[in-house]
Design a protein around this ligand. Structure first.
Ligand code: UGA
Length: 461
């Protein structure tokens, strides 16, 4: 089929590359020249496990055509996927400018019978408004509009997009929905081949499913057909519910700190209840990234606009905002005085990505710097990005090696749980420090082992 994907972020580029891999003729459209230029060179402009290989295949096979031009990208498309960003607006709600601009631009050139599929996270009611825009822009248009939200996570975007937990299809045309389900099923069927061909994915795939990755199972059991509004709400609710689980664990971690309980033990026990589940109950620096903070805020705004009580979501947001300050207090309680040098391991908002949007680790660096500590921070992938989002200042400097983080530091803090930080030779690194203090803000390292080397503390234990 001829398929157009508007927006080349984590959702759009991953989907484009997979559709091309399955054999569709795909145009991916973006308005940013540098992004399109990089994709044309056969690579992704952001780091995502296994994506470069797929993009390269798409370009080499000529199944994937990146373009800045809407007319070229849309005119032959049987299906148009919309996957542009929906950042936070000034009022806390989602800014839908990119969505409505993309819908209007696509509507000008779309062919008869096209299916529009919304993949971005949008507030309920966006679909209705988009349909009005298409009708106004192209009054004779014959089209179907479906909402099929994407649930991929950064760091495992490719695997999440190949084997999805569920495929939600909102709208009122059951025949067209079947076409879409079939397309996603084709992608899932390619799973063994894609993982086999991409060594880094193959390596990760074996541990992935047991780590809360998407379930395998009968494809039809994962397909859900709903009305437009329900589909829109399912995505926003999923993100807010997961954010609530994290905040719950972070709050209980504070209780554990007071009473000497251990947050991991508590959540292991709580999570064994199958009705609750263990995932997203890992206490840490709070949730960050381009999705949860924005989506919780968005749900607060749209709930309040409807005249419905949004206190629950508000409290989740506020408590999350306070988590970095709580960790700064824990660090101070270890006896580290203002003005001391603090080393920070990790800057991305979670491991496996170079994304630092609303990164709790970046916020921690800034908070420590603000408190007068001299901060030296590093990350395996996200230093350049951090320099933009969390600029260096008189107290905050980024360094390339973990040795530089430890050298002469009074304390080192683990802020992002990159797997490689589990393998470090802490015995050797500790000898570079001024004082051997270590705070694990992600409860990631083996306490017993670390206790032998450092004056060690971690969150909620
Ligand atoms: C999230 C959702 O998990 C995806 O399903 C969704 O598609 C995506 O948002 C989106 O809306 O596009 P993502 O932002 O990539 O995915 O990251 P997550 O893995 O969900 O982590 C979000 C934040 O929560 C990170 O800062 C992470 O460190 C934190 N987290 C996660 C915890 O602090 N504890 C946990 O137990 C889990």
């Amino acid at each position: 089929m001829n398929i157009s994907v508007i927006g080349t972020g984590y959702v759009g580029l991953t989907l484009s590359a997979l559709l091309a891999k399955v054999g569709h003729k795909v145009h991916c459209i973006d308005v940013i020249e540098d992004k399109i230029k990089t994709i044309k060179e056969g690579k992704s402009y952001f780091y995502e496990l296994g994506l470069d290989n797929l993009v390269k295949y798409g370009i080499d096979s000529r199944n994937l055509t990146p373009t800045l031009n809407y007319e070229e990208g849309v005119k032959d498309a049987d299906i148009i996927f919309l996957s542009v960003g929906t950042p936070s607006g000034a009022d806390g709600g989602w800014d839908l400018t990119y969505i409505y601009d993309a819908v209007e631009n696509a509507a000008k050139f779309m062919k008869d019978g096209v299916i529009f599929v919304q993949r971005s996270t949008v507030p309920v009611g966006t679909g209705k408004r988009a349909i009005e825009i298409i009708k106004k822009t192209n009054p004779k248009a014959n089209f179907t509009y479906l909402s099929s939200p994407e649930f991929l996570r950064e760091g495992s975007a490719v695997l999440d997009s190949i084997i999805q937990d569920r495929i939600v299809m909102g709208g009122d045309n059951e025949e067209k929905k079947k076409i879409l389900f079939k397309i996603f099923e084709e992608i899932e069927k390619m799973a063994p081949q894609i993982t086999e061909e991409t060594p880094e994915i193959h390596e990760y795939a074996s541990t992935y499913i047991s780590n809360g990755g998407s379930k395998e199972g009968a494809f039809k059991d994962k397909c859900i057909s709903t009305c437009l509004e329900s589909a829109e709400l399912i995505k926003v609710c999923s993100n807010t519910f997961l954010a609530t689980k994290i905040t719950f664990a972070n709050n209980i971690a504070r209780v554990c700190d007071r009473v000497g309980a251990n947050i991991n033990e508590v959540m292991d026990g709580v999570g064994m209840d199958r009705r609750i589940g263990r995932s997203f109950l890992y206490a840490g620096l709070g949730f960050g990234g381009g999705c949860f903070p924005k989506d919780v805020k968005g749900l607060i705004k749209s709930t309040e606009d409807l005249g419905v009580d949004a206190q629950l979501f508000k409290r989740v947001y506020e408590l999350n905002e306070s988590q970095v300050d709580y960790v700064v207090d824990c660090i101070k309680q270890m006896g580290v005085l203002g003005g001391s040098q603090v080393g920070v391991l990790g800057l991305s908002f979670k491991p496996g990505t170079s994304d630092v949007r609303v990164s709790p680790a970046g916020r921690l660096c800034k908070a420590l710097s603000h408190e007068g500590f001299a901060v030296l921070a590093t990350d395996p992938r996200a230093i350049e990005e951090s320099k933009k989002d969390f600029p260096e200042d008189k107290n905050l400097k980024y360094v390339d090696t973990v040795e530089d983080v430890f050298k002469n530091s009074e304390i080192v803090v683990l802020a992002t749980e990159w797997p490689e930080y589990k393998e470090l030779d802490y015995e050797r690194l500790s000898k570079l420090m001024k004082s051997k203090n270590f705070y694990d803000a992600r409860n990631f390292l083996e306490k017993e082992k670390m206790n032998k080397i450092f004056k060690f503390d971690n969150l909620g234990a």
